[in-house]
Design a protein around this ligand. Structure first.
Ligand SMILES: Cc1cc2nc3c(=O)[nH]c(=O)nc-3n(C[C@H](O)[C@H](O)[C@H](O)COP(=O)(O)OP(=O)(O)OC[C@H]3O[C@@H](n4cnc5c(N)ncnc54)[C@H](O)[C@@H]3O)c2cc1C
Length: 195
């Protein structure tokens, strides 16, 4: 899986603090350290609405449709996903779950190759892509763009980074957290993606 940051609010922590300061007219007290302290206080008190002023957008490639289906349940985020109705996806790989042995993976790959062969055959016979895709496994790779504000990213990372979440979705959450921490260490510094 490749997770690429394609857009982010410029100087996000400064913006968040600046917006938050409007409520108490404390703009004159702004400084990098005071802003960090302010954000830590907002998080501690659960005053997270001000995090909605900052946004980040990611391009995700090589993620399975099984994992993408889970991510797109997040209603506050915005998505674009590659369409199997319109795009010929015969060259998309199969994502390997880490629990499969080499022998099991070889069988999965062979089944995938047969599914792709049937997919090609159906398209050649005039079946539309939107129907031919029904024979493809849910482990096939897809690509998507996902955009959310920082409050929602904290929510997504919290849910999808926990041990209860599936490994591939957790991997996504870990990649997003790593990137967002680099840009907004105070906002995302308290989050962890478990094992
Ligand atoms: C470990 C795990 C297992 C799961 N298993 C299943 C499963 O078996 N079956 C299944 O169907 N789903 C499952 N899900 C998906 C889950 O039920 C949620 O649909 C998904 O996590 C999105 O969460 P959310 O609604 O909190 O987030 P978002 O849609 O991102 O919303 C963020 C927050 O906004 C608020 N919000 C959003 N929309 C509304 C609304 N309409 N009304 C009021 N408040 C709103 C809520 O506070 C919400 O938490 C699972 C999720 C996880 C993390």
């Amino acid at each position: 899986m490749r997770v690429e940051l394609i857009a982010i609010t410029s100087d996000p922590e400064r913006l968040i603090a600046r917006c938050a300061r409007v409520s108490h007219r404390s703009e004159s007290r702004a400084s990098p350290e005071a802003d960090r302290e302010l954000i830590r206080g907002l998080l501690a008190r659960g005053h997270e609405s001000v995090l909605e002023f900052a946004w980040a957008t990611f391009l995700v490639e090589g993620i399975s449709r099984a994992a993408a289906n889970q991510l797109t349940r997040h209603r506050i985020a915005s998505f674009v996903q590659e369409s199997q109705r319109f795009v010929d996806v015969r060259d998309r790989g199969l994502v390997r779950p880490p629990t499969l042995t080499d022998a099991q993976w070889e069988r999965a790959r062979s089944l995938h190759a047969k599914a792709v062969a049937l997919y090609e055959e159906l398209i050649a016979a005039g079946v539309p892509r939107e129907d031919a895709r029904y024979v493809l496994p849910i482990g096939c790779e897809t690509r998507l763009v996902v955009s959310a504000n920082f409050r929602e990213w904290r929510h997504i990372i919290g849910l999808r980074g926990s041990k209860a979440a599936q490994w591939e979705v957790r991997r996504f959450a870990a990649a997003v957290l790593r990137i967002l921490r680099g840009h907004a260490p105070t906002v995302f510094g308290d989050l962890e993606v478990e094992g």
